[in-house]
Design a protein around this ligand. Structure first.
Ligand code: PGA
Length: 252
């Protein structure tokens, strides 16, 4: 039996100004009011806020992540941010392969794999996202799509110390719709089997598998209670400390 410490991670997407630091301060205050934190807590603000939030969170349980990184080393790549720059700004983690990156920027599994390798090189915990679209779900292809993305997006050097996997059905992101607990259980059990088959028992069972897509305080306990769900990746409900703290409550 592997003991996996849960993670509740918030993805702010393209939201947040310098004044939003008040939400981070409120989150730190809420966490410090708890007797003990039973999960890791991560916030991924936009790049512009990574350094500032990292200093705000320095002596708190909140870790700061990037929402993406370049696969390339620093150099002539206008608009890109290297993984090593995120680490230098105080981030300890990075999200790669979010469906909005896959869709808006046509990122492929190969791109995601290369970004993950760059993140490992920079010492960042890498949250690799996978998940099916609605048409894929409707034609019963969910498990094939997820397995294909896992195969392509996770480097061979992935292990539980450098990688967290987030299952995010694309149709559940920002829609208020979620899969049933049974559906989530099926996908997470399949991901676990696939990871054990590829990486072996010890490494495969060590990966933390997050669920993401319309997680809210009202559904967090049910979704986080599903077997092989080791935490949440939260979009909209991570923007307000009170809502995010209400999700962390699932691990009180
Ligand atoms: P949501 O986003 O919680 O707003 O559905 C989830 C995500 O994209 O990580």
């Amino acid at each position: 039996m592997t003991n996996r410490r849960p993670i509740v991670a918030g993805n702010w997407k393209m939201n947040g100004l310098r004044g939003s630091k008040a939400e981070i301060e409120a989150l730190i205050a809420a966490l410090s009011a708890r007797p003990a934190n039973a999960c890791d807590v991560v916030i991924a603000p936009p790049f512009t806020l990574v350094a500032d939030f990292s200093s705000t969170c320095a002596s708190s349980p909140v870790e700061i992540a990037g929402q993406d990184c370049s696969a390339l080393a620093p150099g002539a790549h206008t608009g890109d941010v290297a993984a090593s720059m995120l680490a230098d700004a105080g981030a300890t983690a990075v999200i790669v392969g979010h469906s909005e990156r896959r869709q808006d920027h046509r990122e492929t599994d190969e791109d995601v794999n290369a970004k993950a390798l760059a993140a490992y090189e920079a010492g960042l915990t890498t949250i690799i996202c996978v998940g099916e679209t609605e048409p894929e779900r409707d034609r019963g292809a969910t498990l094939d799509v997820v397995n294909g993305q896992l195969a392509g997006s996770l480097p061979d050097s992935a292990d539980s110390s450098n990688t967290v996997v987030a299952y995010e059905p694309v149709w559940a992101i920002g829609t208020g719709r979620t899969p049933t607990a049974d559906d989530v259980a099926k996908v997470h059990a399949t991901m676990r089997e696939t990871l054990v088959a590829r990486f072996g028992d010890e490494v495969g069972n060590g990966f933390r598998l997050l669920y993401g897509g319309s997680v809210k305080p009202a559904n967090a306990a049910e979704l986080m209670g599903v077997a092989d769900v080791d935490g949440a990746l939260v979009g909209g409900a991570s923007l307000k400390a009170v809502d995010f703290d209400g999700i962390i409550d699932a691990y009180r």
